[in-house]
Design a protein around this ligand. Structure first.
Ligand code: ADP
Ligand code: MG
Length: 580
């Protein structure tokens, strides 16, 4: 092992053995062999030296302040590139902190690999206690797509390839790779180690659908009078915007994106039925689900949905079919293969009623006009509310379509999603299927480093709090990221009432007078504290142009916002009088 491979702090004490390498070296080399270029994490015993070795081999290492945020960066990298994002964690608590993100990646079908050091097996298996002892594989296994443990450095190359394949093939997901401390530190002869590596072939094979399934789907679509295309983030991930455009151009079918599929086809395109979700649920006779699950975000196919609507579902995972409602025409395959086959089979004209499109277009026009009125009506609100803030944010983001938008919060999420039209695929990242908070600062780092693009995060004040310390990571790596915090001083809002009246804050109350801009200042960011839409316009315009780390603290009224917008059934009626 060369002295340059290890923490310079220990270098003097380490002899040089050019003909020998460690498990850490094998791991770093194995990652480069499968094309890993970036890694996110937080070092400590037993992985610190591994991060040094990986950097020396040319892998970029983005060090964070909390493993969950590093994991959120890795999962966002996975979603945006189609290659697994790699997270590195230490044993026990670091592993657990990072695992949250690996599970979230699994829930959301993002490819990701969490590599964690773990303490030696014997005392764990005998439950004798050890430094940071935890049976990590057992913890991770039921919660992630796949999990492996490596005890022998000679197995590392195989384990890395298997982890990669598990993360990206079929339905993508999070994979856990446990590497024990003795394995990381074990010394091998270099020539033995070199003989272990190989370049794997076809890591994410195409999955071609059954022609019968394609025929069944085409027949159903061709005879539909009022069809709709529902685009999910699986389609964004699969990069099939070209084929979806062909489908829309050929058939005229109206489309409705799920939140992260906004922009796969333009939100303001002529066939966009973004504003007509309820009408589609109630009146569409055939709905094509392209990489979208009929899950809670779509009322599991019930609620407003007409019982007569028939579904064509394009998905890579056969187990997804019929999970909430019978699917008339499942097409199992990767979306590129499935859409290609459907387009080849589809007649030049389908039976769609032109009145259907006209109706949706009229509804869209009316809804958009109402929405514009709503934004306008709030411009002068003082203090600002979410709509006045969005009256400034919306035109700037729409004029900068290449900027990636990261979005989390309650009202901040609902209102920003509704207000800001996206026109490019994979430019909107939010808290997605699990509806978790705390993906923000991690996701922006993942998005900026995976794409080299500018990123704007629009964050609720509560949401920001979960990952706020990793604003420092944005600054350390000098990323072109602007974080806009809409501060209404609480979870949902800042006017909750403590029913005991003992002077403590209510459970939903946070910090309406916090100056988040000062937090930005301490890490050397450009900062703004704004109280009007005009000031926000100037700040956001300047920050996007500067490409410098920026934090904009937007002061809202404590009364702005209500308990989680569109999912009233989850909010107990009995408390509405306190919170609204
Ligand atoms: P949304 O939240 O936008 O509705 P979901 O995450 O619920 O999206 O659904 C994404 C779906 O896309 C999952 O069921 C997943 O299996 C599927 N999927 C992911 N990648 C592919 C692919 N390459 N081809 C086909 N389906 C895919
Ligand atoms: Mg808030």
């Amino acid at each position: 092992m060369s002295t340059a491979n290890i923490n310079p702090a220990n270098a003097a004490a380490t002899p040089s053995y050019p003909n020998q390498v460690t498990g850490m070296w094998v791991l770093a080399k194995a990652l480069t062999m499968v094309g890993v270029q970036d890694m996110y994490g937080l070092v400590g015993i037993p992985v610190t030296d591994f991060a040094y070795v990986a950097q020396e081999m040319g892998i970029r290492f983005f060090g964070f302040r909390h493993e969950q945020n590093a994991g959120m960066a890795a999962q966002t990298y996975g979603y945006l590139t189609g290659k697994p994002g790699v997270l590195l964690t230490v044993s026990s608590l670091g592993f657990l902190n990072g695992l949250t993100a690996t599970i979230n990646a699994t829930v959301n079908c993002y490819p990701m690999i969490q590599i964690s050091g773990s303490s030696e097996r014997n005392p764990i298996d005998l439950q004798q206690g050890n430094y940071e002892a935890l049976d990590q594989l057992a913890v991770a296994k039921p919660l992630v797509k796949q999990a492996f443990r490596v005890n022998d450095p000679k197995d590392i190359p195989t384990a890395v390839v298997r982890a990669y394949r598990a993360a990206v093939s079929g339905r993508p997901g999070g994979v856990y790779l446990d590497i024990t401390t003795p394995c990381l530190g074990q010394v091998l002869d270099r020539d033995v180690a070199e003989s272990l590596f190989y370049r794997p072939v076809d890591m994410c094979p195409a999955m071609v659908p059954d022609p019968e399934a394609v025929k069944r789907a085409v027949q159903l679509l061709a005879q539909a009078k009022q069809p709709a295309l529902l685009i999910g983030k699986g389609a964004a991930y699969a990069r099939v915007e070209d084929l979806l455009k062909q489908l829309v151009d050929k058939t005229g079918i109206p489309y409705l994106p799920m939140s992260m599929a906004k922009g796969v086809l333009p939100d303001d395109g002529p066939q966009s039925a973004l504003a007509c979700r309820s009408t589609i649920m109630q009146e569409a006779d055939v709905v094509v689900l392209a990489g979208a699950r009929l899950n809670w975000l779509l009322s599991r196919g019930h609620g407003k949905w007409s019982p007569d609507t028939k579904f064509i579902q394009l998905d890579i995972d056969p187990e997804e079919i019929d999970c909430n409602r019978p699917i008339a025409a499942p097409v199992i395959g990767d979306l590129r293969s499935s859409l290609t086959a459907i387009l080849a089979e589809l007649p030049d004209k389908i039976a769609m009623d032109p009145a259907w499109t006209a109706k949706l277009q009229a509804e869209t026009k009316a809804k958009n006009a109402k929405f514009a009125e709503r934004l306008q009506a709030n411009v002068a609100a003082s203090p600002m509310n979410h709509w006045s803030a969005l009256s400034a944010i919306k035109p700037i983001l729409e004029a900068n379509p290449d900027v990636i938008l990261v979005n989390e919060g309650a009202n901040t999420l609902d209102d920003t999603r509704d207000a800001v039209n996206m026109s490019l695929p994979r430019h909107r990242i939010d808290c997605a299927t699990w509806a978790i908070m705390g993906m923000g600062m991690g996701s922006v780092v993942g998005a900026a480093t995976a794409t080299g693009k500018s990123v704007v995060a629009v964050e609720g004040d509560s949401a920001f709090g979960f990952s706020g310390m990793d604003f420092s990571t944005i600054c350390r790596f000098k990323l072109p990221v602007t974080v806009v915090i809409l501060n209404n001083g609480g979870i949902y809002n800042g006017i909750g009432v403590n029913l005991s009246h003992n002077g403590d804050p209510a459970p939903t109350t946070l910090d309406i007078n916090a100056r988040y801009d000062k937090l930005g200042e301490c890490f050397g960011a450009d900062t703004y504290y704004v109280t009007t839409p005009d000031e926000l316009t100037k700040a956001l315009t300047a920050s996007i142009a500067s490409k410098r780390p920026t934090l904009i603290d937007v002061q809202l009224a404590a009364a702005a916002g209500k308990e989680s917008g569109h999912i009233g059934y989850l909010n107990p009626e009995s408390l509405q009088h306190i919170i609204v």
